[in-house]
Design a protein around this ligand. Sequence first.
Ligand SMILES: NC(=O)c1ccc[n+]([C@@H]2O[C@H](COP(=O)([O-])OP(=O)(O)OC[C@H]3O[C@@H](n4cnc5c(N)ncnc54)[C@H](O)[C@@H]3O)[C@@H](O)[C@H]2O)c1
Length: 354
Amino acid sequence: MQKVTVKINKGYDFFVGEDVLGGALEPVLFEIKARRCAVIADAAAEKYHLDALSAVLSHAGCEYVCYTLAPGERSKSLSEYGEILTFLADNEICRNDVIIALGGGVAGDISGFCAATYMRGIRYINIPTTLLAAVDSSVGGKCAVDLPEGKNLAGAFWQPEAVICDTRFLKTLDEAEIRSGAGEILKYGLLADGRLLSAAASRESCVSEDIISQCVSIKADYVREDETDFGVRRFLNLGHTAAHAAELLSGYTLPHGEAVAYGLSVITHAAEKNNMCESGLSDIVDASIKAAGLPCAASMNYSSADLASAAMGDKKRSGNKITLVIPRSVGKCFLHTMKTDELAEFLACGTGEK
Ligand SMILES: NC(=O)c1ccc[n+]([C@@H]2O[C@H](COP(=O)([O-])OP(=O)(O)OC[C@H]3O[C@@H](n4cnc5c(N)ncnc54)[C@H](O)[C@@H]3O)[C@@H](O)[C@H]2O)c1
């Protein structure tokens, strides 16, 4: 088992390893004196892994009720959020009870937002069951639901009591879900550690506790410096302006990790065309993306005009300015602010239209 401590005001531990659930969860439940939990479970995670969680909760003497989320981004909605709050109230979940998220980024994000807002905030524990949630979304405390106008537009920063990634749970993921998680691993590779670029190419390395804890350590360092995303944490948005725009344009049918890989490719091509990065960087990035079976800029047909207009709902926009994370070389990036009316032209260098 490996442990990464997220050192912020209300610090917490991320545990990862094969069969770690009981050994990590029971002490946390004991420490926070949890007697009742509301498990908010993605339907697939529930089908495959609720029994294992249930056994640990029962051994710890913790009662639970379970709310099932339909798989997919559509569940990260205001209406689902309302349904969950009603479920919590109907089941008399109190302020000293605990929410447990069991699932991928969707379950984690909406559970965290419910935890942040139900009764003005209750505790929660995140149990990521997708690779993407394991390496990225389960850590850092960003939680949200989507609005029709854009992703994650209603949300909060609400840190979990602990995050527990039992790598047994990742064994039931299909290849598409592994690829999607690999998109975020590539982001960490381009942002901070080039070794992760090659790690993303194989399922075995992607789901290893070493790679997962390496990604989480990188994220934890940024979060420690800037919990609320006004400073260095913005570097974690590498590739995400085009990614979120492509997700919106696809009607949220494009998996997040695939969108991130595409966004990394677009931004690197745009940077290279504008002499903002080392020459040849886009070839390196595209080769890693293809090796992981993910889409690069040339694999998709979104126009720069559509991407730029979809990016207007992006949280990284401020008035008529938007800040992009630009790769300079593998492991080195910088922030660059431009006028929103220059974005389409810049992205056109990334999509291949220019
Ligand atoms: N909060 C953050 O910092 C942050 C960071 C990155 C992404 N996100 C969000 O995360 C979401 C994407 O997360 P995701 O890719 O995990 O998607 P997801 O939660 O929709 O899960 C993807 C699919 O995997 C299935 N699944 C989950 N666990 C499984 C298991 N163990 N075995 C088999 N199938 C399983 C689900 O049913 C679903 O079909 C997006 O909403 C994105 O915005 C949040």
